[in-house]
Write a protein that binds this ligand. Structure first.
Ligand code: SF4
Length: 425
């Protein structure tokens, strides 16, 4: 038992129905109040009936009633409107400044013992998710209802990064351009891609948007991947063009060591992704805002099915030939760009401008896309939870990475159901 669990029992009314205060008065909880995560009492605006009198005010929770004194609440005016002290153990009677004895509820023997055992079982588990063995088919229904809120939480988290970029650049196009670049890094190389876009301002891209070769030269040169001896004709021509553009715009390249290839499928090598990113910029004429004009998920998915330039049909790395194979972005990878770039951008834009239709567009975009297929989704499938679209798969990612991994089971609707289920007679 800890204070967090005590708050959980109180918040979700998991205590016995036959309650009495320490003074022996009949207690009925009409409303547990609104949880307060800042300073002051733990719950605001609660309503309880003590004998025949209804009280409205704040509720404070402690493991022991003496904690009230230990925390010096008797001197703090913020605690003057506390109507009930909920404690695990009533080890000391507490007197309030103006109201006499504090009404106290001792919880120790007023909740089903099994609920704590189940909570402990979840917390001590080291499986993929702590409740792995307990789900028993209860989760799919809960998840379906919770998914939109969880996915919105995830969009909100991603919006934080986007709005910080906006603070820095004060230009939505530049922000979308950098975000798009980081999307082409597909997690492993998202930071080097972000740095690459930061090193080539959008105005330089716009000046060269009609010349894919020159743009490739600029981006490859800036990536640091052109360093070393040019081993073939194409590489030599990129070198030559880059030197010219570098002098013209005063560009400083990144260090090549930033890029990662380990454990990546060759089609995901940064060498190839940079070329596809350049094709994307050329296709939208260096106006990233163009991508926001379409509301059709399938059209957008098609837009991103871009091919790297012809050189890469026979290469995976500069100077090393390989069998002919067009390096085209497939539909599943194109969807990742919509999920990780466009949807969060729409959501952040809508949040910054207080435009809920824009936020709704982000949600609808995710709803219209197929769910991602990855290790996480396969693990959820094995537990009987299948995402029907990208909104639901994003919700599951949010659940795993922000709740399960931190054992936030007391804030999780599945956790509530698991503990509540045990609470049923
Ligand atoms: S957070 Fe929810 S889904 Fe995750 S382990 Fe806890 S109860 Fe299960």
């Amino acid at each position: 038992m800890n204070e967090q669990f005590l708050q959980y029992l109180w918040k979700f009314r998991l205590l016995s129905l036959d309650l009495h205060t320490a003074e022996g008065a009949k207690l009925t909880v009409l409303h547990p109040g609104i949880q307060n995560n800042d300073g002051g009492p733990d719950f605001f605006n609660a309503r309880v009936r003590i004998n025949q009198t209804v009280w409205a005010g704040n509720v404070e929770l402690h493991m022991r009633s003496s904690d009230w004194i230990r925390h010096r609440h008797q001197y703090d005016p913020a605690y003057e409107n506390v109507i009930l002290h909920v404690v695990y153990e009533n080890d000391q009677a507490i007197r309030q400044k103006h109201q006499g004895m504090m009404a106290t509820l001792e919880v120790k023997n007023n909740f089903p013992a099994g609920i704590v055992e189940r909570y402990r079982e979840i917390m001590q588990n080291h499986l993929w998710i702590p409740c792995y063995k307990l789900l028993n088919g209860i989760a799919p229904g809960v998840m379906r209802l919770w998914a939109p809120a969880l996915a919105a939480e995830r969009l909100n988290v991603k919006s934080g990064f986007i709005l910080r970029l906006l603070d820095e650049y004060a230009d939505w196009d530049e922000v979308l351009y950098i975000l798009l670049a980081s999307g082409f890094g597909f997690r492993i190389n998202s930071l080097p891609f972000e740095l690459l876009a930061r090193s080539v301002p959008l105005r330089i891209v716009r000046r060269n948007a009609d010349n894919p070769f020159r743009l490739e030269a600029v981006f490859y040169g800036q990536s640091g991947l052109l360093a070393g001896n040019p081993r073939d004709k194409y590489l030599r021509s990129l070198h030559c063009e880059y030197r010219h553009q570098q002098a013209k715009f005063g560009l400083k390249p990144l260090k090549p060591g930033l890029w990662k290839r380990l454990r990546l499928h060759p089609s995901n090598f940064p060498d190839i992704r940079i070329s596809q990113f350049v094709q994307c910029l050329v296709k939208c004429k260096a106006e990233p805002g163009f991508l926001l004009q379409s509301v059709d998920a399938l059209m957008l998915e098609e837009f991103f099915q871009l091919s790297a330039s012809a050189y890469w049909d026979t290469h995976y790395r500069f100077g090393k030939t390989a069998g002919r194979n067009e390096k085209k972005i497939g539909p599943a990878t194109a969807r990742l760009l919509l999920i990780n770039v466009l949807a969060p951008f729409l959501f952040a834009y809508g949040s910054a401008r207080d435009m809920s239709p824009m936020r709704m567009r982000a949600v609808e975009l995710l709803e219209g896309l197929e769910a991602e297929s990855n290790h996480e989704s396969r693990m959820w499938n094995s537990l009987g939870i299948n995402a029907e679209n990208a909104l639901e798969s994003q919700a599951l990612i949010q659940l795993k990475r922000n709740y399960c991994d931190y054992k936030r089971c007391l804030e999780c609707r599945i956790g509530l159901k698991l503990l509540d289920k045990h609470n049923q007679p």
